[in-house]
Structures are given as C-alpha cells and as structure tokens.
Design a protein around this ligand. Structure first.
Ligand SMILES: [Zn+2]
Length: 161
C-alpha cells in the first residue's frame, strides 16, 4: 500500500489527495505572485514551497520504500516523470563532494511560463533542494544556472555552499 501511494499518481487523484493542474495555471499563479510582490519575492515563496514539497516527497520514499542515497533519487526521478514534472537527471551530481549539476528536461515550470530573461524554475529548484537535503541529511540550496525559458537546451541546477 505504501508503494502504491508513493509511486502511483492517479491513485492519489482518485483518493482525493492530489489534483491535476495545467502548466499554464501554475504559471498564472507564479505571475500573480510576481506582479503582486516582486519577482524576487515570488522566487523566495516558490522556492520555500518547493523545498517543503521535496522534503516531504523524499521522506515518504524513505519511509515507505526504505530507499536511500542514489536509489532514493532514482525513485524521485521515476515519480516525477509519471507526474509530468519533467525528466530529472542526477547522474552528473557527485553526492559525496556536492559537486556537479542536476539536469532537467521538459520542466513543467519553464514550459508553462513562456520566454524569460532569467531562469524561472523556482518551485522545481526548491523541490530538488528539499530532496537533496533529505538524501544528504543536511540543508542543501540550489541555483538554476540554465533554463529552457531563456532559450537554454535544458534547465540546470547547481549546489551552492
Ligand atoms: Zn528552468
């Protein structure tokens, strides 16, 4: 049962624990935050929300599937592809040295947003930071160094010390 609830998104929808939102609707929410506050305030709000989401997600996988380290990250990758968040690749990341980058193809956040001069995937950046914080058992923060919203081929995230 634990496995079902962790890895089957449509079970969550059926049970009323999740709902489906279009990329563009998420972008409307984000643009509303940017206009009401400032783009940098919106980035902080989304990053924090993403961080909480990523931590919960990783903790659920640890608790129900008893996975750690690379196997935990692999489960997160599978889950997020199924949920349509994008294809996350942790393979260029050296967990022990905290070096390298995370590459994301087809970020839902960038796709919904449209063109931008700056990286836009603040929620996803927070989510990945939350997952890595659980995986490494220490607070991890990320910056987005490339984003498809500004014309880069992928979104890329790096650990900041
Ligand atoms: Zn991006």
């Amino acid at each position: 049962l634990g496995h079902e609830l962790v890895l089957r998104p449509y079970e969550l929808v059926r049970k009323g624990k999740a709902f489906i939102m279009r990329n563009i609707t998420f972008a409307d929410l984000k643009k509303g935050l940017e206009e009401t506050f400032t783009p940098s305030a919106a980035a902080v709000i989304l990053y924090k929300a993403g961080m909480a989401c990523g931590r919960r997600s990783a903790e659920r996988v640890v608790k129900h599937l008893k996975l750690r380290d690379e196997t935990l990250l692999n489960a997160i990758v599978k889950l997020k592809v199924k949920e349509g968040w994008g294809s996350i690749n942790f393979e260029n990341l050296n967990l022990k040295k905290k070096l390298g980058n995370i590459i994301v193809k087809n970020s839902f956040e960038a796709e919904g947003y449209g063109k931008s001069d700056m990286p836009v995937c603040h929620f996803l950046r927070g989510y990945l930071a939350g997952v890595l914080s659980v995986a490494l058992n220490t607070e991890i923060n990320l910056i987005e160094t490339a984003c498809t919203a500004k014309g880069d081929p992928n979104c890329e995230f790096q650990i900041v010390e």
